[in-house]
Write a protein that binds this ligand. Sequence first.
Ligand SMILES: Cc1ncc(COP(=O)(O)O)c(C=O)c1O
Length: 398
Amino acid sequence: MAEAALFDTFARAPLRFVRGEGVWLVTESGERYLDFGAGVAVTSCGHAHPHLVGALKDQADKVWHLSNLYEIPDQERLARRLVDATFADKVFFTNSGAEALECAIKTARRYHYSKGHPEKFHIITFEGAFHGRTIATIAAGGQEKYLEGFGPKAQGFDQVPFGDLDALKAAITENTAAILIEPIQGEGGIRVVPKELLKELRALCDSHGLLLMFDEVQTGVGRTGKFFAHEWSGVAPDIMAVAKGIGGGFPFGACLATAEAASGMKPGVHGTTYGGNPLAMAVGNAVLDVVLGDGFLEHVRDVALVFRQGLAALKDRFPHVIEDIRGEGLMLGIKARVPAGELVTAMREEHILGVPAGDNVIRLLPPLVVTAEEAREGIARIERAAEKLHNEQLKKSA
Ligand SMILES: Cc1ncc(COP(=O)(O)O)c(C=O)c1O
């Protein structure tokens, strides 16, 4: 039992994948699964994308690690490309999403501190949010199940109900530094924040001198058919956390900010050993070659349409199994009427992978390179899974 040596923190499915090819994962015994979880929205370019593999191998032959004591040209290049393609002027590279959020939180607090307002360190977040598993990010997420047993909740996070603008206004005090929100809640169950609400948040931040922070760890890097999901709303944040898709499977993240929002982050106030490591930067630049390449985001939007229509048809056919289809682009959620775990298992039996989320939702987050044909194949497999559960329900009620 090799697994017994691991922390018991994960409930793992009994599957061992040894190889990946595009949108497919292959098990030890050679069985092929459609990977519509993409390692929870990570393998944006699919498994073993030749351009990413080539970039990583080339870099591996040159130098693996340098430390931020020295200049790292590929780090500067990737930061410049991110700045050119977004609202941001400045980038700090991290190793994960939670660390990108840590940097975002520190940047916001430090901004107000450097303006002479150390009392402004509170950040308003939304019920159902997920921002990571560090001590600060579980406080930001505010979910009791992640906070329980880890000592006092880190100070300075105030949570309001999802989408409740009045509660949000009431929560702003002289201690408030920023508002932090995922444009689409991922772990929370693919809950899309209405564009109008994002606009209201921007206006509130501007009128109260607060910073607007977007967590685009799951929604970013082409997932919704724009480079970043907030672009659909026309609203830009002051600070943004990014990870997952930007590494295409190589673990790294980034905190992006305007020059003004980052103005408190002076030499020595923050740091990282591995963040911006040459291997990560080589892969990150290769991911941007793909995602910002001609026609790529258009491809995501086109395939997303095929997906959406197929899923909507399944909802009409199996209303006792599927209650609703949610999301944007290739960040889709099936709100189930049966327990979501049962649908995930039935899908797995059809050799298609999805990811459970809150609110009884199954996330479909395929690699962005998925073709219309592969999307249709996925729909056919989900259809068989839904049909099976539908028939079981009929039997139960007979
Ligand atoms: C929106 C969001 N923020 C932050 C995180 C944390 O990222 P990581 O697991 O890389 O620390 C996640 C991970 O699922 C996420 O979905």
